[in-house]
Ligand binder design. Structure first.
Ligand SMILES: Nc1ncnc2c1ncn2[C@@H]1O[C@H](COP(=O)(O)OP(=O)(O)OP(=O)(O)O)[C@@H](O)[C@H]1O
Length: 584
């Protein structure tokens, strides 16, 4: 199995493109951080100068010693100068800290928004075969929670990791410049701390990955139970869902406890490494001061640098959980972005000979279809002339809905060709195909918004008169005009607030507005009572006029409107010998 840490490095590299547009801001942020670092390195020197020149007698070797004479050479004047210098340097450092933080964090926020938008855009365009394999909750969890984790990591990277690494390097270099013995001790303390954390880091990454997977699964469970909440209530199955949720939560708990343990170990490990470093520096430095190798002020500066070096390490250790989560989430987002997405390829030109509006002729030539290893359609040969209204019938699972999905280009046939006006759907530009085919399904999905918004969904540039005309033709106004806000009536989440028949009529109005030459109907009247069915069939009659219609239905009222019926046999799906059913 691939080492997760290697895999994660690749994953982070995968996102580098999102930082490219912010190169200048990043460079500015780095500059601010360098200025802040310089100010931090100066910080202990006024104190050292006081120790050497005011409290001791060894001022000659202190580089800032002469600065203390600015306001006079007596002790009080020098103390005042030193105090003023401390405040001044701290102010300079604070200004660069603020500016660096804002710039770098801004880059982190911008990158994460870009990653989230790109993930959503890509996810929406992935083929249905991808979505068939994932639950809605799982995909939602990736866009919201995983992108959120990446954001936290990016912001922590910009505001803590990068400045932290800069500080550790800067302080280590300054210690070396101060005296090589100080430098060796300081530089030695860091690998010790890192070495102690390596094993911990791997455990942390594995725990974070397990945790994200468990969280994704749980989100899927919640989304499924809430989407089916009416069924849950109807069958009183709350406890079964509770039990499943609790069982899956145990995986999350285990991973969470593991991550908590890893996190809890970090601070003591780091404290131990720091204590060893400080003790060594104090001992070596103390001996050096006693032997006159360097001044007391130098020792103060060295100790202050060592403390400065440890502070970012401590901050980093607290964030290691965030980084582990971020890496795990980055892997899950990269999985989505790496999925090939035909819809995002450059648009193809309309093949020569095809007009902007198809005549509506459809040909199935030896078409077979499998979902993974599950057969759905076997060698279907069928020609549907422009303006025909063909009903597909057959037992459950015969592949009727699959045939419609192939005409709409939602799936590609595993074998054979589906042609529209003589051109294979695989060779047609997606944009063109979308304009030629519209559908009314068994359940029309309505979005939160007004009834008019939902009708306009198929053609956003349609004017109010066109929307009204479609609503009238589909008999939507027959019920909507009774509402106080008419077509402007707001629907609830997922279009809640309309009856089944009313929803179907909104779906028909939507299809009418699309004005496509090919109409696909997949059981649009099933589940409706006689009166609702009568109204929907009447509305469908208007939609079908002058168009090619392929319908899947068992309802006599709709079957009567067909000009031909094709029976698909179940054994065709399972490799039987009979050819496509006869047109009667
Ligand atoms: N998205 C999918 N993923 C996997 N298998 C699928 C998918 N959709 C359909 N199938 C399978 O393909 C076969 C044909 O399904 P399809 O829905 O096309 O049949 P149908 O004739 O429309 O059935 P019904 O009359 O029950 O609606 C079935 O065995 C079904 O389980």
């Amino acid at each position: 199995m691939k080492d997760p840490s290697t895999a994660n490095r690749h994953v982070l590299w995968f996102f580098r493109g999102f930082g490219t547009p912010h190169r200048r801001l990043l460079a500015l942020g780095v500059g601010m951080r360098l200025c802040e670092m310089a100010a931090d390195l100066v910080t202990p020197w006024p104190v050292a100068a006081v120790v050497d020149r005011v409290l001791g007698t060894d001022g000659a070797r202190n580089p800032l010693g002469s600065l203390l004479d600015v306001f006079g050479r007596d002790a009080t004047a020098m103390l005042t100068t030193a105090a003023a210098l401390v405040v001044l340097v701290a102010l300079v450092s604070a200004v660069f800290d603020y500016a660096g933080d804002r710039t770098m964090n801004g880059v982190g926020e911008r990158m994460s928004v870009a990653i989230r938008c790109e993930t959503f855009a890509h996810l929406q365009r992935l083929p249905l075969s991808y979505h068939d394999r994932r639950t809605v909750g799982e995909s939602t969890s990736r866009v919201i929670t995983d992108c959120g984790n990446i954001k936290d990591s990016l912001v922590a990277f910009c505001s803590v990791l990068f400045p932290g690494v800069l500080s550790v390097t800067g302080y280590a270099a300054a210690l070396l410049l101060l005296d090589w013995r100080f430098g060796l001790i300081g530089v030695g303390a860091v690998p010790l701390a890192l070495l102690l954390g390596v094993r911990n880091r791997r455990r942390g990454q594995l725990a974070a990955r397990r945790r994200r997977e468990a969280e994704g699964e749980l989100t899927g469970l919640v989304a499924e139970a809430l989407q089916g909440i009416r069924t849950v209530h109807a069958f009183g199955r709350h406890q079964a869902h509770d039990r499943e949720f609790a069982a899956r939560s145990r995986g999350l708990l285990d991973a969470g406890l593991e991550a908590a343990d890893v996190q809890a170990r970090r601070a003591p490990l780091l404290e131990s490494a720091t204590a060893v470093g400080t003790a060594a520096l104090l001992w070596v430095g103390g001996v050096g001061v006693l032997r006159g190798w360097w001044s007391t002020g130098h020792l103060v500066v060295a100790l202050s640098y060592l403390t400065g070096m440890v502070a970012p390490l401590r901050a980093l250790s607290k964030l290691s959980g965030t980084f582990a989560q971020g890496r795990a989430s980055a892997g899950r987002i990269a999985e989505i972005l790496r999925e090939p997405c035909p819809l995002r390829r450059p648009a193809r030109a309309v093949p020569p000979g095809l007009s902007a509006r198809a005549s509506g002729r459809i040909d199935f030539e030896g078409v077979s279809m499998r979902y993974g290893d599950r057969p759905a359609l076997h060698r279907l040969d069928l020609s549907i002339g422009a303006g025909e209204r063909i009903a597909l019938t057959g037992p459950n699972g015969a592949g009727k809905s699959t045939a419609l999905a192939l005409v709409a280009g939602l799936y590609r046939p595993t074998c054979g060709t589906v042609r529209i006006d003589g051109t294979a759907t695989g060779d047609l530009p997606d944009e063109w195909l979308r304009r030629q085919v519209t559908a009314v399904l068994q359940e029309t999905f309505l979005f939160a918004g007004t009834i008019a918004d939902n009708i306009r969904y198929s053609r956003p540039d349609a004017g109010p008169h066109e929307v009204r005309a479609a609503a009238e033709a589909a008999l939507v106004t027959a019920f909507a005009d009774d509402f106080p806000d008419g077509l402007g009536t707001r629907l609830g989440d997922c279009g809640g607030g309309l009856s089944g028949g009313q929803r179907q009529r909104v779906g028909i109005a939507r299809a009418l507005l699309a004005d496509a030459p090919i109409v696909l109907l997949d059981e649009p009247t099933s589940g409706l009572d006689a009166e609702a069915e009568r109204l929907v069939v009447a509305a469908l009659g208007r939609l079908a006029a002058h168009r090619t219609v392929v319908m899947v239905t068992h309802r006599p009222a709709l079957l009567e409107t067909a000009t031909g019926v094709v029976a698909l046999a179940a054994d065709e799906v399972h490799g039987g010998l009979s050819p496509a059913g006869p047109v009667t």
